[in-house]
Design a protein around this ligand. Structure first.
Ligand code: ADP
Length: 466
């Protein structure tokens, strides 16, 4: 149980983000500290070297001005004040013969000739080095300087004090870094928690939805852009799923109500054929009726599938450039015989040419449906006018008729599946034409609007993106 919790924690985003933040912070602060520590160390050493050099120059001047004897006296007096384990002074000539030395018992053997040779070789008057002193833990800084003719001065100073001073820094920095790591881990944890809390909300909503609560949505708090975007996309996806579920339910209802009637009619015809003997002509009529009913049924099912596909956006539209006016003129020519049969005056007010980039098949279907309705619902000797204009990257196509019109009560429903106004029931139709028009238009990012007055006529306005 405990091991599982530990495993879960180790694999949690919260833990990993906190760890990442703390590790990144530790590495960066350690690098910063090392740079700072090195800088302090080099400044301290530079300072010490300047002191050693100043001390040796003091004796150079003394020997020059007052001679070696006086310098030896001064060095003896001054060195007496120092702890021989901390500092040493010694003077020797170029052969290595000692002229003066403090107690060197704590310092082990320190070479003379090698340093002298080095000075000669470099042509320099002094050299400063760091020494390891025999068994001792501390190190020392030592200057070897030519302070007079045939006179060399060596001053050594233990670095114990410097080490102690740097140790204090080290301790202070360690305390500081440890506290900063703790603080940064807490801050990292809080930040990561805020991010994961929002994600947690998305997960919880997803869980609720998976249990059937399709109307639940993620609360967009706007703490973090990425999570906000995830939430918005998630909600949009849910809206889509919900609308798909709604249309699936509608299809179920449609099958239950609207597809039943043609099936019942087909069954009725079949039953009639069994009731009593009929002649061949009668049987033929029955077969024709059956075929017609089947065709209607097939058309209804196909149109329903087309509507559902367009609403779900599953059938990616392939856009191509085509001459829209040509397409409208062709549709008008196709319907002209039907219009003429009803003595309907079919007029067009179209620009010479107007090209659009869209899905040709869908646009064609929208136009034929609207034109077919305009002619179908206009009584004999009426007029139907198709006009088109283009502006601001859009085309506007109007289908105006002087037909039966649509009542204000019916207007909000005419785009619903299988909705047919009472007055139009004498005309053939499935009640799916305008649903398809709407689904196709919206899938092409267009708009369809209608204005109508009963007994005066209707105007359908289609707006399409060019
Ligand atoms: P239908 O197959 O019945 O024509 P539609 O979906 O195309 O189905 O149209 C739905 C209903 O809207 C029609 O039944 C009719 O009542 C009404 N309608 C559509 N277009 C017109 C129009 N131009 N004039 C009057 N009524 C119309």
């Amino acid at each position: 149980m405990f091991l599982k919790k530990l495993h879960d924690l180790k694999n949690s985003l919260l833990f990993r983000l906190t760890l990442l933040y703390a590790v990144a912070f530790t590495v960066l602060s350690t690098i910063g500290f090392l740079v700072f520590y090195y800088r302090i160390y080099s400044v301290t050493m530079e300072h010490l070297d300047i002191e050693l050099l100043a001390e040796s120059e003091k004796y150079t001047v003394l020997i020059q001005d007052n001679g070696l004897e006086q310098a030896l006296k001064t060095i003896a007096d001054e060195s007496e004040l120092e702890d021989p384990a901390e500092d040493f002074y010694r003077l020797f000539n170029f052969k290595g013969d000692i002229l003066f030395t403090t107690d060197m018992s704590a310092w082990g053997t320190i070479g003379k000739q090698e340093i002298l040779q080095k000075l000669h070789k470099e042509g320099s008057t002094f050299s400063i080095q760091t020494l390891s002193i025999g068994e001792r833990d501390d190190k020392a800084r030592m200057i070897t300087a030519i302070v007079g003719p045939n006179t060399v001065l060596q001053i050594g100073e233990s670095l114990e004090e410097v080490d102690e001073y740097l140790d204090i820094f080290l301790q202070l920095f360690s305390i500081l870094i440890v506290s900063l790591i703790i603080v940064s881990s807490i801050i990292g944890w809080l930040l990561a928690r805020r991010a994961t809390m929002d994600m947690q909300a998305v997960t919880e909503t997803a869980e609720e939805i998976s249990n059937g609560a399709y109307d639940r949505r993620v609360q967009i708090k706007g703490h973090l852009n990425e999570i906000e975007r995830l939430g918005t996309t998630f909600n949009r996806m849910l809206d889509r799923i919900q609308s798909l579920l709604k249309s699936m339910k509608e299809i179920n209802d449609n099958i239950a109500h609207d597809l039943r009637s043609p099936l019942a009619r087909i069954r009725g015809i079949a039953e009639m054929s069994l009731l009593k003997e009929k002649d061949v002509e009668e049987y033929k009529d029955m077969a024709v009726s059956t075929i017609e009913e089947c065709d209607t049924l097939i058309e209804m099912i196909n149109t329903m599938l087309d509507i559902t596909e367009a609403e779900a956006g599953v059938n990616g539209d392939t856009a191509e450039e085509f001459e829209l006016m040509e397409l409208i003129r062709e549709a008008c020519e196709l319907f002209r015989p039907i219009a003429e049969a009803k003595k309907i005056h079919l007029k067009t007010r179209l620009p010479e040419s107007l090209a659009v980039t869209s899905n040709r098949r869908k646009v064609q279907r929208i136009i034929t449906n609207l034109l077919e309705n305009a002619i179908k619902y206009t009584p004999d000797a009426g007029a139907v006018t198709v006009s088109a204009t283009a502006q601001n990257g859009e085309v506007r196509i109007e289908f105006e008729d002087t037909g039966i019109g649509i009542s204000q009560n019916d207007l909000p429903h005419i785009f619903e599946r299988f909705y047919r106004c009472d007055r139009s029931r004498s005309q053939g139709g499935t009640g799916l034409g305008l649903s398809l028009v709407k689904a196709y238009t919206e899938s092409l990012n267009g708009k369809i609007e209608v204005a109508s007055s009963l007994n005066q006529g209707s105007r359908f306005v289609l707006q399409l993106v060019r």
